[in-house]
Design a protein around this ligand. Sequence first.
Ligand SMILES: Cc1cc2nc3c(=O)[nH]c(=O)nc-3n(C[C@H](O)[C@H](O)[C@H](O)COP(=O)(O)OP(=O)(O)OC[C@H]3O[C@@H](n4cnc5c(N)ncnc54)[C@H](O)[C@@H]3O)c2cc1C
Length: 312
Amino acid sequence: MASPLRHFFIALSKSPQLQDLIVGFPVSRRAARRFIAGERLEDAIDAIRATNAAGMVATLDFLGEHVHSEAEARANADEYIRALRAIHQARVDANISIKLTGMGLAVDDEFCYQNVRRIVQMAADLGNFVRIDMEDSPVTDRTIAIYRRLRGEFDNTGLVLQAYLFRTESDVCRLMEEGQAHLRLCKGAYDEPPAVAWQEKADVDRSLVSLMKFMLDSRDAYPGTYPALASHDHMIINWTKAYAYTHGITPDRFEFQMLYGIRRDLQQQLADQGYRMRVYIPYGTRWYPYYMRRLAERPANVVFFARAMFGN
Ligand SMILES: Cc1cc2nc3c(=O)[nH]c(=O)nc-3n(C[C@H](O)[C@H](O)[C@H](O)COP(=O)(O)OP(=O)(O)OC[C@H]3O[C@@H](n4cnc5c(N)ncnc54)[C@H](O)[C@@H]3O)c2cc1C
């Protein structure tokens, strides 16, 4: 988890200078296409259609995090509203995933809330659902606060929690007690310090399994509890399948989620076995930080990227 490579690429993901350089190269744009459906909404709808045709559902991410002006944040929300309408019109099966730093969290919490509220209202009108992604730990409290406030008005929204954070077990418990545990559980994609997060992969894996087990075990005691396991880790996926099977937990009580372009074989296998499999489909021109996090997760991706950039 805390490998120097991971640290390095996550640091690079925050560099605006490098962003301008990398995004400008046609060859890096082509390399990024492995993980990004395309730059236009139409590309994303095509990717959702193909995903649905393969028996899977989707969640759509319009790329564009860390905006600093009201105008940019409003434009991001407008694009999500356009995306919700396009999903509805195309009759495809997809919800949306949003990041609060793309919705104006840096401007002001109230502004961000109202901006997100517009999207959630539109999703409610169209019978759709909005997932709030989780970003790095300086914004965890504010993200959870906005989620809880939204849940006070709407039930068509869910949150992401990260297994690498020490705090997550108590966040899960509290949200379950409040009946608000519509949660995507993932390992966590940012570079967090030892004061707040597990640093070793084995500890993070253990934490993810334990959170998933807890949510599956408590599903009847706490109405509204619905876990989505967002991981490509076949050991944890197999554990979840076996645990659900031996405890009589039917596949409609949870789902699996994976990122576009990663472990397509496993995605298809789970769908063919009758599990709900949701693919996270990002689109847009601001793919740089998302792409850098994917490089950080797997050294082999860096080799792939270097080959694309510099040839064999
Ligand atoms: C649907 C979805 C939504 C997510 N949302 C969030 C979020 O809101 N906030 C957040 O912090 N994180 C999010 N993540 C990212 C997550 O936290 C991890 O960083 C990421 O999923 C890698 O962890 P892993 O569970 O796949 O396990 P790992 O142990 O990292 O990987 C297990 C195996 O999966 C494959 N794999 C994993 N990553 C890659 C990759 N980049 N390229 C190629 N193969 C790979 C490899 O075969 C690897 O051996 C999300 C992940 C998914 C799947």
